[in-house]
Ligand binder design. Structure first.
Ligand SMILES: NC(=O)c1ccc[n+]([C@@H]2O[C@H](COP(=O)([O-])OP(=O)(O)OC[C@H]3O[C@@H](n4cnc5c(N)ncnc54)[C@H](O)[C@@H]3O)[C@@H](O)[C@H]2O)c1
Ligand SMILES: N[C@H](CO)Cc1c[nH]c[nH+]1
Ligand SMILES: [Zn+2]
Length: 431
């Protein structure tokens, strides 16, 4: 963890180094992923099986490729009631939030008499990646599958690794609840390649979404263009803005909530009170002493964590914009005042009673969010990632007479006479 103060002489350089720090895939990962994708394109199912044997330590030809819907339904029925209620609550709230994202078509006639508009439709088939290497993520399954279903995707396919052949029952239960059509027990770059190109009995899809580790993120980057993708999501990040009125222990827990995901995650605290910064730093150590995930969280906190003391909390806002964090938690009495001054963040958690973890599970907004400063230009996963827009236009003879001459002029200026003639012949212009 580094400790910074905006009044320190070296602050600008130290903060720039923090903003520019890279925590993502290396050239080695890119090269290995290219090899895996090529093998899956060339050898299909046989290559997927070989990589699954090597990386996930089971052979899908023996353990089975696909998990049947009846198995998922049985996993849901067998859930302990408290857990089933939690999963149901999460699914209901995520669905309600995403239903409000359905876009409206447009269809109007302008002053010239041209009919103009756009029609939204879902992709035919979507593939969702559900991470499963180091931990299982039923919550991420809901966050991907529910927007796809709300969009109206016809065929919803999921891939997830089952390391050592172990299947997580809560993942299967979530797949049932979200209405996933096909569940394939493969992961990593080979799983993404199978979704993009097809592999044996796995038919290709049109869009691939979902988070994952460096190999998954790089594979999505490499198959983009063959299929659509939502985004390249890297290691998780949280920025917490907290004044001294917060219990240092809750602030420490908030910072560690993302640090426990992976050793490459980043947690940053902004506070206006140096003594409070000391208390949070000590509370992080106390929390790490009791967290079962301390090894991962400590590695992330030591390597990438930061505590930054600012003169006044609103001075943090331009610094936050430079970080463009995935998650921004504003643990103050008037979070709206700070929210109004921040432009770049994936998701913002308003007030002392809104820990980021609520958004990871049950609040409703999507937890698949842009990382690595991509909140400058990207947004969280949404219904729109599973849809595309078709524009349309219709002219009558009078409208063509109105717009045609300008079209002919521009087409001729571009040296494209066939374009010009397709209009001019209709207008009986002599071209
Ligand atoms: N942004 C989000 O919304 C979100 C949600 C959940 C999880 N996550 C992140 O997703 C990630 C999940 O990672 P994970 O590893 O637990 O699961 P994962 O499913 O993403 O990756 C496991 C797969 O990685 C591949 N792999 C592992 N080592 C490899 C190697 N040396 N060469 C080639 N391939 C290799 C294997 O195929 C394995 O099946 C974590 O970083 C977590 O923080 C993000
Ligand atoms: N915080 C992660 C996204 O950055 C999502 C997640 C899943 N489960 C718990 N958290
Ligand atoms: Zn999380």
């Amino acid at each position: 963890m580094i400790r910074l103060d905006t009044r320190d002489a070296g602050f600008v350089d130290a903060f720039t180094a923090l903003v520019d720090g890279r925590r993502e895939a290396s050239a080695d990962v890119a090269r290995d992923v290219a090899t895996i994708i090529r093998a899956v394109r060339d050898d299909g199912e046989a290559a997927v099986a070989a990589f699954t044997r090597k990386l996930d330590r089971h052979d899908p030809n023996e353990t089975g490729w696909r998990i049947e819907p009846a198995t998922c339904a049985a996993a849901y029925d067998a859930l302990e009631p408290g857990l089933r209620h939690a999963l149901d609550l999460a699914a209901t709230r995520i669905r309600a939030y995403h239903e409000r994202q359905r876009p409206a078509d447009s269809d109007y006639t302008d002053g010239v008499g041209v009919r103009l508009g756009a029609r939204w439709s879902a992709v035919d088939a979507a593939g969702i990646y559900v991470p499963g290497g180091r931990a299982a993520y039923p919550s991420s399954l809901l966050m991907n599958a529910i927007p796809a279903k709300v969009a109206g995707v016809g065929r919803l396919v999921m891939v997830t690794p089952t390391p050592d052949g172990q299947i997580n029952p809560l993942v299967l239960a979530a797949a049932h609840l979200a209405g996933v059509d096909e569940v394939w027990r493969i992961g990593g770059a080979q799983g993404i390649a199978a979704l993009a190109y097809g592999a044996g009995r796995i038919l290709p899809v049109d869009v691939v979404t979902g988070p994952g580790n460096a190999w998954v993120a790089e594979a999505k980057r490499q198959v983009y263009g063959v299929v659509g993708i939502d985004m390249v999501a890297g290691p998780s990040e949280i920025v917490v803005v907290a004044d001294a009125l917060n219990d240092p222990r809750t602030t420490a827990a908030d910072l560690l909530s993302q640090a426990e995901h992976d050793t490459t995650t980043q947690s940053i605290l902004f506070t206006d009170d140096a003594a409070y910064a000391d208390r949070v730093a000590a509370a992080v150590d106390d929390e790490l002493a009791i967290l079962p995930t301390a090894a991962t969280a400590r590695a992330a906190w030591d390597a990438n964590g930061a505590i930054i003391v600012v003169d006044a909390l609103d001075a943090a806002c331009p610094l936050i914009d430079r970080l463009a964090p995935e998650h921004l938690q504003l643990a103050v009495d008037d979070p709206q005042a700070l929210f109004d001054r921040v432009r770049h963040a994936g998701s913002v958690f308003l007030g002392r009673h809104t820990p980021e973890a609520i958004g990871d599970y049950v609040a409703g907004p999507n937890h698949v969010l842009p990382t690595g400063r991509r909140a400058r230009f990207a947004s969280g996963l949404s219904v729109l990632d599973f849809m595309k827009r078709t524009s349309f236009l219709g002219l009558d003879e009078a409208a063509l007479a109105e717009l045609g001459p300008a079209t002919v002029a521009l087409a001729e200026a571009e040296g494209l006479p066939a374009h010009a003639r397709s209009v001019a012949l209709r207008l009986r212009l002599n071209r």
